[in-house]
Structures are given as C-alpha cells and as structure tokens.
Design a protein. Structure first.
Length: 414
C-alpha cells in the first residue's frame, strides 16, 4: 500500500489510472498545510528540472549547425588558393579536424597547409577569399585598401616559411618597420598596418599610432597621402610629445583637409608653423563652408526616445552646412568629412540629449555626441563629444541602444 500511495502522489494532476485511489492513513504526526505545500513545490521543481535536462540533451543531439566537423572540400571554399597548390607544405589529405567551430576549422586548415612559423592573424587575409574574411574577421577589406593578391600571398608565404619578409617587402618597409608590421593590430587591414608599422618604427606610442591610422586611413587615403606618408610620419615622430591630446585631433583634421592640395607638404615645417596654420584654418573653415552648398542622400531615419525625464534624439547630417554647424558647436573639425560623406565612405550623426519637465516641456540641450558610421562595414567607427572628448558611461548606453536598433556594430572608442 505504501507503493500505491507514492505513485498516486507523484502522478498529481497527470492522467494516471491510479490517481483516484485513496492513500492509507499513516501513523505519526500529521503534516501541516505549509509543509505539504513545500513538499509539493519541491517535487514539481524536480520534475521540471528533469524535463529541462532531458530536452537540453535532446537538442544537443539534434543540433547540426556550425558545430559540425566539416569536410576539406567545404572548408576550401573559404580559401583563395586551392588546397592542391604547389605552395602547400603539407598534403590536405593529412589534415584532421580538431575543433567543432567553423572559423577555427578554417584557420586550422590554413596552418596545416602553409604555416611552419607564427603569422599575424591580419596577414591571413592574403589566403582568405571574401567569404573567408567575413567568417574570420566579420568584414572584408575595402576596395580602396586592397593590395595585389599575388604580392600579399608572397608576404604570407615568406612569413609562414620563416623566410626573410624584409627582402619581400624591400622598397615598401625597411627592416625595423617589418618588425613592427608583424606585431600590428589584427583588426586592421594589411594596407592600414603598413602605415601603422611606419608610425610604430619611429618610437611613437601604440595609442598615437592607432589615432593616426583612424584619422588618416579613411576613404581613398592611399591616393591622398601618396608619397607624403613618410613626411607625415616624420612630422608626428618629432612633435607628438609636445602636442596636447585635443591638439592632435585639430592638427590631424587640418592636415587631412590640406592633403587635397597635391602641392601641400609637411617636409621642413615646424610644429609652431603648423599650429598657426591650423588656427587660421579653423577660423576660416566655417566661412568657406557656406560658399558652396553640398548635400547627399539620407540613409538612416530620425531616432528619438524619451525616458526618465530625458529626451535622446539622433539625426543624420546630410549637408556641408549641417557639418559646419555641428563642428562649430562641438568645437571639432567634422566639416572635413564632407568629401567622405559625398563619396559614401562615411555617414555623420548628431546624438542630442535634452531634459523633459514633468508637464512634458522639452528643455535646453544638455550635451551631444557626433557619431561617424562606416556604411559599408555597418559599423560605428568614431564617437566624439565637445572638444573631441569621449562618450560618458551613460552616453555609451544610449549609443549601444541606437546602434542595436539600426543593426550597427560598435568599435572601441578609447
């Protein structure tokens, strides 16, 4: 009869043929209603936990997504060279998959086929096709930053075999620059890391190198800089220690604007003369911006959210006049992005924070952020407040929400 009682209790509300039988009265102290309720709840929780565990095991057994070991034929679709190429140092048939992650499987295949010595991850772009770059890096190399594929492959093969990369890159980078090239950031394209290596080789801190790459390597920067890259690097190497944090940004934007003139050069110029030119340029840039109206199409809708007495609005700036006004209020040189906006390489937004009173009245503007988006990469690449300050923690939360609503990725803004 004890067995019959337990069976009836566990069945509960289930359709059990024994559920209608009455349990016998047991000897001893009768349980209180609270104790009975707790025991019933514990039994229910146990049954739920067992059901969830069973479902989890079932789902895991049925899952066939990217966590399936792929065949060589499938993985080869992400590579630019064939797995049968004579440049391979090992036979593809000897490759054994040791991971379930699709991205790691592709990288492991590359290591098996070509690599004897460590190669920086960004240089893997040489042997990845467009589909492979998207899988490994989440993006593809912009067309204006693409180098000759055969040249890239030779650099990759030399590094992978342990040959002299300095010989392969002779005339492009010197030995010291090649050393830093192999330690460049993996998130950059190969082309950007050529510029980064030149900056790092002249003893500039990594943070300054990143700032220069971020500011100068935009749009069709290779043609704009041309043969003036070395003079730009030399100027910053000699003067960066004397520049204030915000002064670096101002001078960067001045030089970027002046690079549109093929006769402009930094060679032989002192920091004092560049400072004077930058001040005069800042005073005249907004006057010049109003002489010729230029506009471009709007790609993003206006965005607005009200919460806890705060109104947050984000609008896209679609003319050189709007950029000029934004730059004058924020005291930075966003106006210099006019050509990038016209060419479709950048999109600029203004995120404004305003107060709302209890009766719904919108008050004065509290602060604002200027946001640059790369429309090709669908990524927020730069965010600056007044005087080129970085966003606060609260502002970053709103930035993340706006970016998520528009399907944009965020990069590190520090």
């Amino acid at each position: 009869m004890q067995i019959l009682y337990l069976t009836t209790t566990l069945c509960g509300s289930l359709a059990c043929p024994l559920a209608g039988l009455t349990a016998p009265q047991t000897m001893g102290k009768k349980k209180s209603k609270i104790q009975a309720r707790h025991e019933s709840r514990d039994r229910q929780n146990q049954l739920i936990a067992e059901a969830l565990a069973k479902k989890k095991l079932q789902d895991k057994a049925e899952y066939k997504g990217n966590k399936k070991r792929k065949e060589i034929l499938y993985l080869s679709k992400f590579l630019y060279p064939s797995v049968f190429t004579s440049r391979a140092i090992r036979c593809h048939s000897e490759h054994k998959v040791k991971n379930y992650d699709e991205c790691k499987q592709v990288l492991h295949l590359i290591k098996h086929l070509f690599i004897n010595y460590p190669v920086p991850l960004f240089l893997y772009r040489a042997v990845l096709n467009e589909r492979g770059e998207n899988l490994v890096f989440g993006n593809t190399t912009p067309k204006d930053e693409q180098l000759e594929r055969e040249q890239l492959l030779e650099w990759f093969y030399s590094a992978a075999r342990g040959d002299s990369l300095a010989k392969q890159m002779q005339g492009i980078l010197n030995k010291k620059e090649v050393h830093w090239f192999l330690q460049a950031p993996n998130q950059n394209s190969v082309c950007k890391n050529l510029f980064w290596a030149k900056c790092r080789a002249v003893a500039m801190p990594e943070k300054i190198c990143n700032y220069l790459v971020e500011d100068f390597c935009r749009g069709d920067w290779r043609n704009r800089l041309g043969s003036r890259i070395d003079s730009i690097v030399t100027f910053y190497a000699a003067n960066w220690m004397e520049m204030g944090r915000w002064e670096v940004y101002d001078i960067n934007f001045f030089i970027l604007d002046m690079l549109s003139d093929p006769k402009f050069s930094l060679q032989g110029r002192s920091l004092k003369s560049i400072r004077e030119l930058t001040i005069r340029w800042r005073q005249g840039v907004h006057v010049g911006s109003l002489t010729k109206f230029q506009s471009w199409r709007r790609d993003f809708d206006f965005w607005e959210v009200k919460r806890n007495g705060l109104l947050v609005q984000v609008g896209e700036l679609t003319s050189n006049r709007e950029l000029a006004v934004e730059g004058r209020i924020q005291r930075h040189c966003v106006f210099t992005y006019t050509s990038d906006c016209i060419n479709g390489a950048s999109r600029i937004f203004s995120m404004r924070f305003k107060s709302i009173s209890g009766d719904g009245h919108i008050g004065d503007e509290l602060s604002r952020l200027t946001i640059e988006v790369d429309p090709r990469m669908r990524q927020v690449v730069q965010v600056r407040g007044r005087l080129n300050s970085i966003a606060s923690a609260d502002q970053e939360q709103w930035l993340k929400r706006w970016a998520a609503d528009h399907g944009l990725k965020l990069c590190d803004q520090n």
